[in-house]
Design a protein around this ligand. Structure first.
Ligand code: ATP
Ligand code: MG
Length: 433
């Protein structure tokens, strides 16, 4: 009897070669841009103490209330697969003394886990690319993060399909005062609210503003505005940010209902959204979190950051930019007769030549044929791999210390001494670029 097939966990996806090359290209672009601003990578564990997320993200958030993968390990400690990466970053920064009285410009890339209903752009394992900057207080760095992401959208060919929403949620005190006014307003309209909002109204009233329920939009649009309760420092910070963005030529909409889902934000919050992905339209979200480091037990240190949902970014690229594609093509395909002739093995020669080509072109993709010895089939494979050049070693070539180069785009074909093959491949490929 055949064994039952084991399947992947729902909402957790395999990244296959049909997409992995595109992922690599996008990753490379993001890393290049982060590097160009002087940011450094940090990698933290995928699993953390559950208490970290409860404290950092907040007890009454969607994430902590219903989305975390939390387990007891064999020692009965409660551990959680990270639902986001900021908390771990701050934990590591405190633990290694990277934050207090210092500047850190960090980036990370890796998987995050949330128990959500899987759908397009929403998964249970997904990936975040993010940035966290510590030790800088003024709006300059907030603006830089936005300028940096704008540069990224441009480099990825999606700048025409993303727009920036911006808000300030002020200080903790200003928010407390506002919450009071908001709850009063919501109480007055309680009959019209849905169950979710009624529940949120007292636990996390700001999140009520996030509701996407169409029948509530008018009530929520008429609710008191957090903006009118901002403390003067937060107002100045926001004005400063807007001015810098104006100077940088970055368009934005002030969305007074943008509050973001996590507890740790203060002052600046922003989202890059798109209309091209349906309901899962937020590609990047971020903001300032000046209170988080001390909330996690460190010395007070200002912080600001953002996270990009990598799957959504790739989906958007696939939807709107057809110049950036999954490219698995091979540059040089090594063909041989796989025979031993007067002590020389043509496969060995093919392998040695391939090594020489890799020595001088480490970025190119050189593939050697194995299996079939039929030349016609080998050429078919070379075409299938999209090779630009085939290098062919048969019995005659082995005897004469030569190899045949076939330029597959033109059909040009000629024999050369083996020691000239690598240089010739380089020349052909450089010419083609
Ligand atoms: P959403 O409102 O879409 O649930 P969020 O506010 O929960 O997003 P954040 O916690 O700000 O999201 O995470 C940053 C980014 O990570 C999001 O803007 C989104 O692009 C991406 N993201 C969040 N949750 C998921 C998920 N389950 N699957 C794929 N991407 C996600
Ligand atoms: Mg969410």
């Amino acid at each position: 009897m055949a064994e039952k097939k084991i399947q992947s966990i729902r909402g957790m996806n395999d990244l296959l070669p049909t997409e992995s090359a595109l992922w690599q290209q996008v990753e490379k672009t993001v890393k290049m841009i982060l590097n160009s601003y002087g940011y450094n990578e940090i990698r933290t564990p995928i699993v953390e103490d559950t208490g970290l997320f409860k404290r950092a993200v907040g007890e009454v958030t969607d994430i902590v209330e219903k989305e975390m993968y939390t387990f007891n390990d064999r020692n009965d400690e409660s551990i959680t697969l990270r639902p986001e990466l900021t908390a771990g970053c701050v934990r590591a920064g405190i633990e290694h003394g990277l934050l207090y009285n210092q500047e850190q410009r960090l980036w990370y890339f890796g998987p995050a886990f949330r128990y959500e209903k899987p759908q397009k752009g929403r998964y249970r394992q997904f990936h975040q690319f993010g940035v966290e900057v510590f030790g800088l207080e003024g709006p300059g760095i907030d603006a830089e993060l936005i300028i940096l992401t704008a540069r990224l959208w441009k480099a990825l060919g999606i700048d025409q399909h993303t727009s920036l929403e911006l808000n300030s949620i002020g200080s903790l005190e200003a928010r407390a005062e506002y919450k009071h006014a908001l709850v009063q307003y919501l109480e007055a309209h309680k009959e019209q609210l849905d169950e979710d909002c009624k529940r949120r109204m007292y636990t996390n009233p700001l999140r009520v503003l996030d509701s996407k329920n169409p029948s509530l939009q008018e009530i929520l649009n008429n609710a008191p505005k957090l903006f009118d309760y901002l403390d003067s420092e937060s107002k100045n910070h926001f004005d400063g940010l807007c001015q810098l963005l104006n100077n940088a030529g970055i368009n934005y909409t002030v969305n007074q209902r943008l509050v973001r889902g996590l507890d740790y934000y203060n002052r600046t919050v922003f989202e890059w959204v798109t209309n091209s992905l349906g309901a899962q339209g937020t590609v990047c979200g971020g903001g300032r979190y000046d209170g988080l480091v001390s909330q996690l037990g460190g010395q007070a240190t200002p912080g600001v950051g953002f996270a990009i949902g990598f799957e959504r970014l790739v989906l958007l690229i696939q939807t709107v930019n057809n110049t950036l594609k999954n490219d698995n093509t091979i540059d040089v395909y090594m063909i041989s007769s796989a025979e031993l002739i007067e002590g020389k093995h043509t496969t060995a020669i093919a392998q040695q030549l391939a090594e020489k080509i890799r020595d001088i072109m480490p970025e190119k993709r050189i593939m050697t044929n194995y299996g079939t010895t039929n030349f016609k089939k080998q050429f078919t494979k070379a075409d299938k791999y999209g090779a630009k050049i085939a290098v062919i070693i048969g019995g005659n070539e082995a005897l004469e210390n030569t190899a045949v180069i076939k330029e597959l785009q033109t059909g040009n074909q000629y024999a050369l001494p083996q020691e000239m093959i690598a240089e010739k491949c380089l020349e052909i490929l450089e010419k083609g670029e």
